[in-house]
Design a binder for this molecule. Structure first.
Ligand code: NCD
Length: 304
């Protein structure tokens, strides 16, 4: 039995196969409409979510399966003090596969140890978010035709942004990907990513503070929200929250074929006027996220 806890749980070959499957699902949805008849997905969400939970549920429904679960810790027995280990033992009796989001790093990995069914990490604290990364990778691959030889700027909260950590860890496995890390000094990427991921693999990257200085060299601009819920004090958040705001005038400096991605939710970091720019692709990402989650469910259930 396999789980997806960390983006590196899948090899490059397995990841590429999954992205191929997601593309086939996009092109021929009807052929997959009954692949999960009689199967159930449980979504255990101890933290807020719109896209991740609903896209997992939509993915399972598109495959003919059904869903059950909870959308906040308050509405589950966690509020009575039940452990993740006990909850997953119980939910394993009700569902064939589980997607879990939790504020504590490593909680889905604990769940996997006690689960009788595959567990998917749907975001654990400021750590990892491997299924968002699959959506990001599908989007880049569909837009550019390949995951090789491009420069990606990641901008915003690189410290707490789990989607950033997972995306960097995955993209270093493809040749010729260069990273430009754009953040205020307080929100730079954690040492674990700088040392163990980038430096350890001799990856080309630079860290800068001003988006305008580097935007002309980017092929992909990955904007992120300042992760309010992970700040220890409100004043720091307020100081940082509007550090970057992408506007049409800043975009005038960018390549004509640079694409803008964002895992969403957006707060202020992309001005709504940018939405109509053909380079804005964050809502395409939302659509592709459903296909990659369908492909992932099929893969982990052994139905691919
Ligand atoms: C992200 C997350 O939850 O980490 N959202 C998502 O799943 N698309 C990004 C965020 O919350 O900023």
């Amino acid at each position: 039995m396999r789980h997806l806890l960390n983006p590196l749980d899948f090899s490059v070959e397995e990841t590429n196969r999954l992205l191929d499957l997601a593309r086939d699902i996009k092109d021929h949805p009807d052929q997959y409409a009954h692949k999960c008849d009689g199967k159930r997905l449980a979504t255990l969400f101890y933290e807020p979510s719109t896209r991740t939970r609903l896209s997992f549920e939509a993915a399972m429904m598109n495959l003919g399966g059904t869903v059950l679960g909870f959308s906040s810790a308050q509405s589950s027995s966690a509020s009575k003090g039940e452990s993740v280990a006990d909850t997953i033992r119980v939910v394993s009796c009700y569902a064939n596969i589980v997607a879990m989001r939790h504020p504590k790093e490593g909680a889905p990995a604990v769940a996997a140890q006690f689960s009788k069914v595959p567990v998917i990490n749907a975001g654990d604290g400021g750590h990892q978010h491997p299924t968002q990364t699959l959506a990001d990778m599908m989007t880049i691959r569909e837009l550019r035709g390949s995951l090789e030889n491009f420069t990606i700027g990641l901008c915003g909260d690189l410290k707490f942004g789990r989607t950033v950590h997972s995306l960097i860890s995955s993209l270093i496995r493809y040749p010729g990907v260069k990273f430009v890390l754009i953040s205020p000094p307080e929100l730079r990427i954690p040492d674990s990513i700088r040392e163990d991921v980038l430096n350890a693999h001799n990856i080309e990257y630079k860290e800068v503070e001003k988006l305008e200085d580097v935007i002309p060299e980017l092929d992909i601009l990955y904007m992120t929200r300042v992760q309010k819920e992970r700040f220890f004090n409100e004043d720091d958040y307020l100081r940082m929250k509007d550090f970057y705001i992408l506007t049409e005038s800043k975009l005038a400096l960018a390549k004509k074929d640079m694409y803008i991605l964002h895992p969403l939710p957006r707060v202020n970091e992309i001005s709504v006027e940018v939405d109509k720019d053909p380079r804005a692709q964050y809502f395409t990402q939302v659509q592709y996220a459903v296909y990659v989650r369908e492909a992932l469910i099929l893969t982990l259930l052994g139905l691919a």
